[in-house]
Design a protein around this ligand. Structure first.
Ligand SMILES: O=c1ccn([C@@H]2O[C@H](COP(=O)(O)O)[C@@H](O)[C@H]2O)c(=O)[nH]1
Length: 235
């Protein structure tokens, strides 16, 4: 897997996706999330792959182990590079996801990397404590989820930049820390709560960054992407 910034294609339909992608001349690493996948279905993944881009399919599966295992078996056939589940589904569910992914990956192809969401980057410590009734600090909750994710044999987690270094220290450098909530300095945080800049992400232990609106809503998305790459790579 390459380590280019992952662009979140949070668009409502194929038309907007290709209107955006056609501005770029190079292969990208992009993220297809719920919004796009639920509108366009698996065909959108095939079409984006057909243009040579790497894909993170961000569906955040969270259900009973048997259901997640079967769903992952189906998703494995799409040939994406990175997929995910929610760590809150538990170890058995994550093991099921991995089994499904392995079983569904066509022979001769390497399976997608599988990661688990710890605490969403739109969550604050106070929200977590009050709404999820988790009486830990946010960092301890994230570290707990990272540890059970590793125990289940997955390849890494989704977390914020704020927790990436601590996860690396406990789970090792090969365990992926994929970090959304990336903003340019002074940029609008929108609904994100635990944010960081691309250069901060690199220096604070992220393995991969996910950038959506800072690129897709920029006046010049190609220039915005180049700036993110520069900050991410030069640090
Ligand atoms: O904890 C998480 C998990 C996933 N996301 C996704 O990443 C992008 C971020 O988009 P921005 O526009 O850069 O805020 C979005 O698709 C989320 O679904 C996340 O933000 N946090």
């Amino acid at each position: 897997m390459n380590n280019k910034p992952i662009i979140a294609l949070d668009f409502p339909s194929e038309k907007e996706v290709f209107g955006f992608l056609n501005h770029f001349e190079e292969p990208l690493f992009v993220k297809v999330g719920m919004e796009l996948y639920l509108q366009e279905g698996p065909a959108i993944v095939e079409k984006i792959k057909g243009q040579g881009h790497d894909i993170f399919l961000d569906l955040k599966l969270h259900d009973i182990p048997n259901t997640v295992k079967s769903a992952m078996k189906g998703l494995a056939r799409l040939g994406v590079d990175l997929v995910n589940v929610h760590a809150a589904g538990g170890i058995q569910m994550m093991e099921g996801a991995l089994e499904g992914l392995e079983a569904g990956t066509p022979s001769g192809r390497s399976r997608a990397a599988l990661i688990a969401v710890t605490q969403l980057t739109s969550t604050t410590e106070q929200q977590m404590q009050e709404e999820q009734n988790i009486q830990l600090s946010l960092i301890d909750s994230v570290l707990h989820y990272a540890q059970i994710t590793k125990k289940a044999g997955l390849d890494g987690v989704v977390c914020s930049v704020h927790e990436a270094e601590a996860i690396r220290d406990i789970c090792g450098n090969d365990f992926l820390r994929v970090t959304p909530g990336i903003r340019m300095a002074g940029g609008d945080s929108h609904d994100q709560k635990r944010i960081a800049t691309p250069d901060g992400a690199r220096s604070d232990g992220s393995s991969l960054i996910v950038v959506g609106r800072a690129i897709t809503k920029a006046e010049n998305p190609v220039e915005a992407y180049k700036r993110v790459v520069q900050l991410w790579e030069e640090n």
